[in-house]
Design a protein around this ligand. Structure first.
Ligand code: 4NP
Length: 183
């Protein structure tokens, strides 16, 4: 299956939350739901709170895999986030079929997650909700993946935080646009 072309990317938020929508629901997805997607959820939650949009933007995260169900975020991810003032919350869960109906936008951390999500999506409308986080990264420069930090050192978690944060800032701008809420 072909990857989405860069530049196609930003339409994702608008498609997911058609102009004038009251609320938008965003699900972040990685493999284990203990490192990258809880980081994205925590970062986005802080940005949404700062923007006063908690009643307009709902957030959650999940994993394509089942290994870490009910576990809290990895302590290395928690510490990298805390150092930057972001608290990670929640327990890992696996993506469910219903998520494609419950959420307007499903944001995959890497191309493997994207392929898995598109494979389990029940129909074309569901597949169209799935995007890569780095489609929104203004500095992605052709890099499409948030690298999996699980088997690496703590440095990897700092890098993940940084690129997740700048991607989420851009994603929030798109969502504000889609909601008719300019900054
Ligand atoms: P995540 O990281 O997908 O960012 O939560 C991983 C967590 C666990 C595993 C792989 C990646 N694992 O192989 O158990």
């Amino acid at each position: 299956m072909g990857e989405p072309a860069r530049g196609e990317g930003n339409g994702g938020a608008r498609t997911a939350a058609s102009a004038g929508a009251r609320r938008v629901r965003v699900l972040f997805v990685c493999l284990g739901n203990i490192c990258r997607s809880p980081t994205a959820e925590g970062v986005m939650r802080a940005l949404v709170r700062d923007a006063g949009l908690e009643d307009r933007i709902e957030l959650d995260s999940a994993g394509t895999g089942a290994w870490h169900i009910d576990e809290p975020p990895d302590t290395r991810a928690t510490n990298a986030a805390l150092e930057r003032g972001v608290e990670l919350e929640g327990r890992a869960r696996q993506v469910e079929r219903d998520d494609f109906a419950e959420f307007d936008l499903i944001v995959a951390m890497d191309r493997s997650n994207l392929a898995d999500l598109r494979r389990i999506a029940p129909d074309e409308a569901a597949r169209a909700k799935v995007r890569l986080l780095r489609d929104f990264d203004p500095s992605a420069d052709g890099e499409l993946d948030v690298p999996d930090p699980y088997h690496g050192g703590s440095r990897g978690f700092d890098d993940v935080f940084d690129l997740v944060q700048r991607s989420c800032v851009a994603l929030l701008a798109e969502l504000r646009d889609a909601l008719g809420e300019r900054a």
